[in-house]
Design a protein around this ligand. Structure first.
Ligand code: HEC
Ligand code: HEC
Ligand code: HEC
Ligand code: HEC
Ligand code: HEC
Ligand code: HEC
Ligand code: HEC
Ligand code: HEC
Ligand code: HEC
Ligand code: HEC
Length: 331
């Protein structure tokens, strides 16, 4: 394990030296993350299957042989080279004095000498999602965006990098995407597609905001692959809805303690304001009961008889997320 780890780290460091965009500090961060993630990775991928990606006898032979260079590949795969490599961001590998094709497909000498035996080169179609992703991560692990991939729900469910990206056949100009959002995600997430079709929703379908504003499809530190607020422990909501963030002189405890999704559905709802319930009072009465003080929750004053007038709680308690002026959240 130690040697595998150090070679990974070395690989990451070497990648960073040659890649302007990946900073040294990110590498250090990634190194720390790797130290944490590597045992988990190893657990999820027993060495026999995944320690050496693509370790079939054929690819082991390829690994033992040398690199031939992208120009050699071009002689037989001109189409791929000129139409599906030269114009992609990975062409930068050659400018950075890396191998190019062989950075992903492994050393190609055995493949070339055999006149193109496909079993003597790494074919992504023959790799498991974990193996294929590990090849990509040998460079991309250093980016904070991708560094949690090993522990993402996506990888655990067999969704690898090339389920969403294609180095040669991307349909979208940016980020080498197979499809653009949200269609890419809807392809596997039909339930969420239905949620975003409800009357009240975050308008993802017209591109006002994107799935990846709230989620990192490459995994993250909190559940549901959610991106976090600046403090790093709550979902990202307050980044856009800054007025709900506080700190307030008079806090409404559930906003901080239970979180936004206690009262709101994040995707779509049949209720205005994305509320989980159709009548606001039902929401509030879950905690505020007739009992004067119940487990720290103030009860309803007796004059709050639930006639129409007192059902619309937020007509009066308008600053429901917290207030700097009024302990009852009137303004
Ligand atoms: C002498 C000609 C030749 C050279 C040089 C060559 N290839 Fe190939 N390659 C072939 C042939 C022929 C096939 C089999 C094509 C097929 O089965 O459709 C092939 C297949 C492949 C495949 C598998 C394609 C699949 O269908 O999954 C990959 C990947 C590949 N080559 C990559 C490379 C890379 C990378 C290089 C440079 C290191 C390279 N090739 C150099 C001739 C060559
Ligand atoms: C960034 C990693 C990467 C680089 C660099 C790369 N490939 Fe690929 N290659 C892949 C992946 C992944 C696939 C599987 C198809 C896909 O997802 O696009 C693939 C598929 C192929 C195939 C199978 C046929 C096809 O069109 O899918 C061939 C042949 C091939 N690559 C050759 C090459 C050659 C030649 C080069 C250099 C000019 C090269 N590759 C550079 C990752 C890479
Ligand atoms: C479930 C789909 C999905 C999977 C799986 C996935 N990606 Fe992505 N990736 C995306 C989307 C969507 C974006 C665009 C992100 C954005 O707009 O914020 C992206 C962006 C990127 C970028 C561009 C810049 C950035 O934001 O970092 C890189 C590099 C990248 N992905 C690499 C990878 C690698 C490597 C893997 C596998 C370890 C992978 N991705 C797996 C969906 C995916
Ligand atoms: C040898 C290192 C290396 C490997 C292996 C590698 N990449 Fe990359 N990747 C790069 C570099 C370098 C760039 C260009 C970064 C830049 O433009 O700043 C890049 C860019 C990207 C981008 C961003 C494209 C954009 O529009 O900004 C995506 C997505 C991506 N790679 C996905 C993958 C996937 C998927 C794999 C595995 C099949 C992979 N990479 C394998 C080095 C690598
Ligand atoms: C406004 C932020 C936001 C946007 C935009 C968003 N999500 Fe979510 N998503 C969340 C939150 C928050 C949760 C957790 C919900 C919970 O815990 O009740 C979640 C949960 C999920 C889940 C897990 C569902 C479950 O029942 O466990 C999936 C899958 C998902 N989102 C996919 C998507 C897809 C696909 C898109 C884009 C089409 C998207 N999300 C857009 C915030 C968002
Ligand atoms: C190739 C299929 C596929 C694609 C494409 C895909 N996902 Fe997923 N995703 C899955 C599977 C499988 C799961 C695990 C089962 C589930 O929760 O539905 C999952 C789970 C999730 C979860 C829930 C994580 C959790 O903790 O339960 C979120 C959030 C998510 N995906 C967001 C996205 C977003 C955003 C996109 C588009 C950028 C996307 N997915 C694209 C297959 C996919
Ligand atoms: C990337 C920015 C962004 C993020 C992150 C975000 N939202 Fe939103 N939200 C918006 C925008 C923009 C609208 C207005 C939508 C419209 O007009 O269609 C909105 C609307 C809403 C509404 C309805 C407001 C109304 O007047 O009807 C609620 C409630 C809401 N968001 C809650 C949340 C919650 C909860 C989260 C976290 C899970 C969240 N938002 C994350 C941008 C964001
Ligand atoms: C205790 C329940 C509750 C919690 C927790 C909660 N909200 Fe609300 N929120 C409401 C109610 C009720 C409304 C409707 C107010 C009205 O009727 O005008 C609302 C309205 C909104 C609106 C619409 C604009 C406005 O201010 O009227 C946004 C945006 C919003 N909430 C975002 C959030 C975010 C972001 C969080 C987490 C930081 C959050 N909410 C937490 C109950 C809650
Ligand atoms: C998850 C439980 C919960 C829900 C749901 C909830 N509250 Fe509260 N609320 C509390 C707690 C706990 C306090 C006391 C601590 C504090 O002031 O934040 C409180 C305080 C208050 C106060 C201030 C009382 C005082 O004496 O300072 C008002 C007014 C209030 N809530 C109204 C509402 C309204 C209106 C709703 C529905 C939109 C609602 N609450 C939903 C738990 C809840
Ligand atoms: C017509 C305006 C109005 C409506 C509607 C209203 N309230 Fe009030 N609420 C008040 C007033 C006035 C007070 C008392 C403030 C005081 O004691 O000075 C109060 C006080 C409270 C308190 C604090 C009790 C305490 O002892 O600390 C809670 C909790 C509360 N309301 C919850 C609700 C809930 C839940 C609803 C909806 C079911 C609601 N209110 C609807 C005006 C309203």
């Amino acid at each position: 394990m130690r040697s595998r780890l150090s070679s990974l780290l070395y690989g990451a460091a070497a990648g960073a030296r040659r890649t302007r965009r990946f900073h040294t500090c990110t590498v250090l961060l990634a190194a720390v993350l790797l130290l944490i993630a590597a045992p988990m990775w190893a657990q999820a991928n027993p060495p026999s299957q995944a320690a050496r990606p693509g370790a079939t006898p054929a690819t082991q032979a390829a690994a033992a042989a040398g690199y031939v260079g992208a120009d050699t590949c071009k002689t037989c795969h001109e189409d791929i080279y000129t139409k599906h490599f030269e114009s992609t961001p990975h062409f930068a590998l050659l400018k950075e004095n890396k191998h190019g094709c062989e950075d992903c497909h492994g050393p190609g000498q055995a493949h070339v000498e055999s006149g193109g035996d496909p079993t003597k080169i790494i074919r992504f179609s023959q790799l498991s999602p974990a193996q294929a992703s590990q090849r990509c991560l040998s460079c991309h692990q250093t980016s904070t965006e991708q560094s949690n991939y090993a522990r993402s729900v996506h990888l655990a469910q067999g969704v690898g990098c090339i389920s969403c990206h294609s180095p040669h056949h991307a349909a979208e100009p940016s980020n080498l995407m197979l499809r653009s959002q949200p269609q890419l995600c809807y392809g596997c997430h039909a339930t969420q597609k239905a949620e975003f079709a409800r009357p009240f929703k975050h308008r993802v379908d017209v591109g006002l905001i994107q799935c990846t504003d709230c989620h990192n499809p490459h995994g993250g530190f909190i559940e549901r692959q959610l991106r976090t607020d600046a403090a790093g422990d709550m979902p990202i909501c307050t980044k856009c809805h800054t007025e709900t963030q506080g700190p307030f002189v008079y806090e409404h405890q559930p906003v901080r303690l239970e979180g936004c999704t206690f009262c709101h559905t994040p995707h779509g709802s049949t209720n205005a304001r994305l509320l989980r319930v159709s009548n606001v009072n039902v929401l509030c009465l879950q905690c505020h009961t007739a009992v004067a003080l119940n487990a720290g929750v103030p009860g309803l004053p007796t004059f709050h008889n639930q006639t129409n007038k007192y059902q619309a709680c937020t007509m009066c308690h308008a600053q429901i997320h917290g207030s700097n002026f009024n302990e009852f959240f009137f303004n």
